[in-house]
Design a protein around this ligand. Structure first.
Ligand code: SAM
Length: 374
């Protein structure tokens, strides 16, 4: 089993909070798509198993012409062995989704969408500097459904300054009333080098209130639970049968090939990442050389990776696996730390290990780093 991630590094507008790699230029999109197709060709022998999941992420993949997405799918088809019914996801923004595009995407085999809704309130969308408004979100969901797509997710962001817990409740109730099959809900994080960071530093925007974010996370867990969503990863909630196969594979250490500028790949404990510069990426690929850096995960890196990913998942950390792979000393060290988190009601003991409590889930990143072997 393996997957392919394709990074389309373009967006219409720069969202103030976003730290992903993208450009708002529209000058060389076609050239970039050809370069990514060439990278797929160059790396065709890196993965020998059938591809079960393909994921177009970004940036905003829906910004390029459907024919350019098709060109990339054709390159995958030509150079890789694909499973009989792969999951093929595309991140799409509400302002790009038209009936014509949706029909084209369907005919080329896209069968899942991750839609960048972020909020159902225009005030919060403007605060984020989004390119769409709330009514576009509603109409794009109609288009997706009427084109025959049943498997889709929406991204929502909570904990934005100015967003009350009641506003967030309204967003969640809207998503549930719309019977959205999968929700990815993220607490707003302020990343350095984003416009948001500078706006807050300069006193032009209010700071994030982490107590309010924790309150909103609790509400998220309660409301989705009451609506029968499976909270299968800290930020991800699925109605029955609607979990993301691509992301689940990634969290379970399945190998994947990432193409396009800034894309990461992982196979046999080798992690590699392409350079995050569009022009340099294209120039290098056009000379048939993939511009990347890599690292081999040490034994300790693998342990830390295991802790970080499994802690975010409902299944939690398995103490037998820790003992078998990393030995008694690590198990003793981790058990001691876990006992402290159990007292703080952040972790609970399960049959063969530990998982986060509802209270602990909001602190997942901090708990994981406290458990890391450094
Ligand atoms: C790769 S991004 C872009 C997806 C899509 N192009 C869009 O603009 O909505 C994937 C998701 O990460 C989330 N995200 C990105 N930066 C974030 C931040 N600083 N805080 C919280 N969520 C963030 C957003 O919900 C976003 O939809």
């Amino acid at each position: 089993m393996s997957g392919i991630y394709i990074h389309i590094p373009f967006c219409k507008k720069a969202c103030h909070y976003c730290n992903f790699h993208f450009s708002t230029s529209s000058d060389y999109r076609e050239r970039m798509v050809h370069a990514i197709a060439e990278e797929l060709r160059l790396r065709k022998d890196e993965i020998n198993e059938p591809i079960q999941t393909i994921y177009f992420g970004g940036g905003t993949p829906s910004i390029v012409e459907p024919s350019q997405i098709e060109l990339l799918l054709d390159a995958i088809d030509k150079h890789y062995s694909i499973d009989t019914s792969p999951e093929i996801t595309m991140e799409a923004n509400p302002d790009d989704i038209t009936k014509e595009y949706a029909a084209d995407w369907k005919s080329m085999g896209i069968n899942r969408f991750s839609i960048g809704v972020q909020s159902f309130s225009n005030i919060h969308l403007e605060w984020m500097n989004r390119a769409h408004n709330a009514s576009q979100s509603l109409s794009c969901i109609d288009i997706i459904r009427s084109t025959g797509f049943e498997n889709f997710s929406i991204d929502l962001i909570y904990g934005t300054p100015g967003q009350s817990t009641n506003d967030w409740k309204g967003d969640l109730e809207k998503a549930i009333a719309l019977n959205i099959p999968h929700l990815s809900c993220y607490a707003l994080t302020v990343e350095e080098q984003t416009p948001l960071f500078h706006l807050i530093e300069g006193g032009k925007k209010e700071k994030v209130n982490s107590d309010l974010q924790a309150e909103q996370f609790n509400l998220l867990v309660d409301i989705t639970n009451a609506a029968d969503y499976d909270h299968y990863e800290i930020s991800n909630f699925a109605l029955p049968g609607m979990k993301s196969k691509h992301n689940s594979a990634y969290w379970n250490g399945v190998p994947y090939l990432g193409v396009g500028p800034s894309a990461h790949s992982f196979q046999n404990n080798l992690r590699s990442w392409n350079i995050s510069n569009n022009i340099s990426y294209m120039q290098s690929i056009e000379k048939h050389a993939r511009p990347f850096e890599s690292e081999i995960l040490s034994d300790i890196d693998q342990l830390n990776e295991y802790i970080m990913t499994k802690l975010r998942l409902e299944e939690g950390i398995n103490s037998n696996i820790i003992m078998m792979k990393w030995g008694d000393d690590q198990l003793t060290r981790i058990t001691k730390l876990m006992n402290r988190f159990i007292q703080e009601d952040k972790v609970e003991k399960i049959q063969e290990g530990w998982k986060l409590t509802k209270h602990g889930k909001f602190f997942a990143d901090g708990i994981a780093s406290a458990l890391f072997q450094v």
